[in-house]
Ligand binder design. Structure first.
Ligand code: AIR
Length: 181
C-alpha cells in the first residue's frame, strides 16, 4: 500500500498485522510532513523471500529510508539492513511477555558492519523513527527541513501552554482546599 503522492520516499515494514497500531504512529508523522511512504507486512521468519523482494523493489523505486518494526525475536530490521545500504531505522515492539526487551536486544545488537539505527520500544520509537527519516531526507530537501523546525516550535509552544494550564490548575486546587492535610 502506498500513501501520499509520488514514489515512496520511506518504506515502513513490520513483522505482523498485530504491529500495525503502534507502527501507525510512524505513518502519522510522515503524513503530517507530507512524505510519501509505502507500508507492508513481511516477516524475517515467516516470509523471508518476500522481505528481500520488498527491499529490492523499494530500492529500485528510490526509497531513501526504511523504518522497520517487529516484536519478539525481532530480526526483520537486521535482515532489511543486510540487503540495503540505505539507512534502516528499527523499532522494537512489545508483543511478548518480555514487553519489548527481547525485540530491543534483537534489534540493537547488530554485528559491526551492518547498522540498524534502533529507536525506543513502541509508539515513541515509531514516532521518532519517522522524525529521523524526515531529518535524513531533509538533508537534501529544504522544505522538509523547514517543516521540522516548525514541528519543534509547535512542540515547545505546547509545553508552555501545558505549563500555564498546570499553574492555573494548581491555583484552583489550592484555592478549593487552602488548609490541605
Ligand atoms: N514477528 C513476526 N515474524 C517474526 C517476528 N519476530 C513478530 C511480529 C510481532 C510478533 O512477532 O513483528 O510483533 C507477533 O506476531 P503475530 O503475528 O503472532 O501477532
Amino acid at each position: 500500500m502506498t500513501k501520499a503522492k509520488g514514489k515512496p520516499r520511506v518504506a515502513i515494514l513490520m513483522g505482523s498485522d498485530s504491529d500495525l497500531a503502534v507502527m501507525s504512529h510512524a505513518a502519522r508523522i510522515l503524513e503530517r510532513f507530507d512524505v510519501s511512504y509505502d507500508i507492508e507486512i513481511t516477516s524475517a521468519h515467516r516470509t523471508p523471500e518476500r522481505t528481500v523482494e520488498l527491499v529490492r523493489r523499494a530500492q529500485k523505486r528510490g526509497t531513501g529510508v526504511f523504518i522497520v518494526g517487529a516484536g519478539g525475536a525481532a530480526h526483520l530490521a537486521g535482515v532489511v539492513a543486510a540487503h540495503t545500504h540505505r539507512p534502516v531505522l528499527g523499532v522494537p515492539l512489545a508483543s511478548t511477555d518480555l514487553a519489548g526487551l527481547d525485540a530491543l536486544l534483537a534489534t540493537v545488537q547488530m554485528p559491526g558492519g551492518v547498522p540498524v539505527g534502533t529507536l525506543a520500544i513502541g509508539a515513541p520509537g515509531a514516532t521518532n523513527a519517522a522524525l529521523l527519516a524526515c531529518a535524513i531526507l531533509a538533508l537534501s530537501d529544504a522544505v522538509l527541513a523547514e517543516r521540522l523546525v516548525a514541528y519543534r516550535l509547535d512542540m515547545a509552544e505546547g509545553v508552555e501552554r501545558k505549563s500555564r494550564a498546570a499553574r492555573n490548575g494548581l491555583r484552583s486546587l489550592l484555592d478549593q482546599d487552602p488548609g490541605g492535610r
